[in-house]
Design a protein around this ligand. Structure first.
Ligand code: BT5
Length: 346
C-alpha cells in the first residue's frame, strides 16, 4: 500500500515516511469513529514527536480530510475527501484478491495501458490501476472513452485466469453484471446490460468495459479488464455528441455518488462473480445476466460475414454467447459489435 502511495501523484512532494505516518494516524482515528483521541496518545502509539504528529495532521487536512477537535484539542475523524486514494479504497475492503494491490494516479493516458505494463512486470492477479482522469481513455475498436477529472471511475484490473483465449470474452459480461448489480444498489438506477460490455439506463450509457488479452494460442497469459463508469458527471461534463447517449449515476439518481464506496462494492461483486466463473463457468451467472439484459427479445443489427445483418436476440447461452435468430435459423455471436435497431447506438 505504501508503494501505491508513492506512485500516487497527489503526493509528489511527500516523503515515503511521512505518508505512512499519515495513513497510520488516519486509520487509527477511523477505527475509533466515536471517540476523540489525544494527540499525546497518537505520539506515544506511533513514536512521534509532537511536531511530526502536528505536521502529519496538517497534511491530512491539506488533502481535504475533515478532522474534528474537542475543546481540549483532541482529534476525531470527520470525513474523507472525494479523492480515489489507494488507502481509502483498501480501508475496510473485504475482497481477498481484487484491489489488495492498488495503484491510483491523478492523470494517465489510459489505465489499461498502465495495467498492461504492470502485468508484464509480474504484478499479481487482482492488481487494480485507477486514475482521476484519462487523457487517452480507450473504448473498443479504436474508439475513445471520455474521462473527465474526478467525475468518473476509471479502473483496470489485472487478472490471470487459467482459461483459453476463447473463454475470455465472457469476462466482459462478468464485469458488466457486477457493474449493473452495484448500480442497482442505488435508488432510481435501472441498470441493464447491453451485451457484451455496456451498462445502460433507459438506453443511455452509464458504463463500458474494455477487456484486453495477452495470450498464446491455447493459453491466456493475463487479462486487463478496463472499466469506465460515469459517476458524478453533470450533463455539461459530456461533449455535445455524447449528451443524448451517455448519462451518469448522478444525472439518473439526482444525487452525488460516493466513488470510493461504489468502487469497494464493485470490487466485492466482481470478485464474487469472477470466482464463480473460474470454478463453475457461466452456469449460475447466466440467470442474472439474462434478467439484466436490455437486448433479449429485441431486434439488433450486427456485423456478420463482412456485412450488416438484422436479427432478433433470443438468448445468452451458458458460454456467454448471444443467440440470434435470423429467418428461422439461429446463430451464436461471440463478441464484436451489435446495436439495437430501435434504441441505443454506440
Ligand atoms: C467501451 O467502448 O464502452 C469501453 C470503455 C472502457 C473505458 C475504460 S476506462 C478505464 C479503462 N482504461 C481505458 O483506457 N479504457 C477502460 P465502446 O463500446 O467502444 O464505446 C465507446 C463509445 O462510447 C465511444 O465511441 C462513444 O460513442 C461512447 N462514449 C465515449 N465515452 C463515453 C462515456 N464517458 N460515457 C458514455 N459513452 C461514451
Amino acid at each position: 500500500m505504501l508503494h501505491s502511495l508513492v506512485e500516487f501523484s497527489y503526493t509528489p512532494t511527500m516523503s515515503e515516511d511521512i505518508t505512512q505516518i499519515q495513513i497510520d494516524i488516519l486509520d487509527h482515528l477511523r477505527k475509533h469513529p466515536r471517540s476523540y483521541v489525544a494527540k499525546k496518545k497518537l505520539c506515544e502509539k506511533f513514536e512521534l514527536t509532537t511536531s511530526k504528529a502536528d505536521r502529519a495532521i496538517a497534511e491530512l487536512e491539506n488533502w481535504g480530510y475533515q478532522l474534528l477537535r474537542s475543546p481540549q484539542g483532541d482529534i476525531r475523524y470527520g470525513a474523507s475527501p472525494d479523492v480515489l486514494f489507494p488507502h481509502e479504497i483498501t480501508f475496510g475492503l473485504t475482497t481477498k484478491i481484487l484491489g489488495i494491490n492498488l495503484y491510483s494516479f491523478d492523470r494517465v493516458g489510459s489505465t489499461n495501458v498502465i495495467a498492461h505494463k504492470y502485468a508484464e512486470k509480474d504484478e499479481p492477479e487482482g492488481t487494480v490501476i485507477m486514475a482521476e482522469r484519462q487523457t487517452a481513455g480507450k473504448g473498443r475498436l479504436g474508439r475513445s472513452w471520455h474521462s473527465p477529472a474526478k467525475r468518473g471511475i476509471y479502473m483496470s484490473l489485472i487478472l490471470r485466469p487459467q482459461i483459453t483465449p476463447s473463454q475470455a470474452p465472457g469476462l466482459s459480461l462478468i464485469a458488466a453484471l457486477s457493474i449493473a448489480k452495484t448500480m442497482r444498489e442505488y435508488p432510481g438506477i435501472k441498470a441493464t446490460i447491453k451485451w457484451p460490455n455496456d451498462v445502460l439506463h433507459d438506453g443511455r450509457k452509464l458504463a463500458g468495459v474494455l477487456t484486453e488479452l495477452a495470450a498464446e494460442i491455447d493459453r491466456v497469459k493475463y487479462v486487463v479488464m478496463g472499466i469506465g463508469i460515469n459517476a458524478n458527471h453533470d450533463e455539461s461534463d459530456f461533449p455535445p455528441d455524447l449528451r443524448d447517449k451517455a448519462a451518469s449515476l448522478k444525472i439518473v439518481s439526482h444525487s452525488t455518488i460516493d466513488r470510493i464506496k461504489f468502487t469497494k462494492l464493485l470490487l466485492v461483486f466482481l470478485e464474487e462473480h469472477y470466482q464463480e466463473f473460474l470454478s463453475r463457468g457461466f452456469k449460475r451467472l447466466i440467470k442474472p445476466i439474462r434478467s439484466y439484459s436490455s437486448v433479449l427479445g429485441k431486434s439488433i443489427n450486427f456485423r456478420h460475414d463482412g456485412g450488416s445483418v438484422t436479427g432478433k436476440a433470443i438468448d445468452i447461452d451458458d458460454k456467454g454467447l448471444l443467440v440470434v435468430e435470423i429467418d428461422g435459423k439461429t446463430l451464436s455471436l461471440g463478441s464484436g459489435e451489435i446495436s439495437l435497431t430501435e434504441n441505443y447506438q454506440a
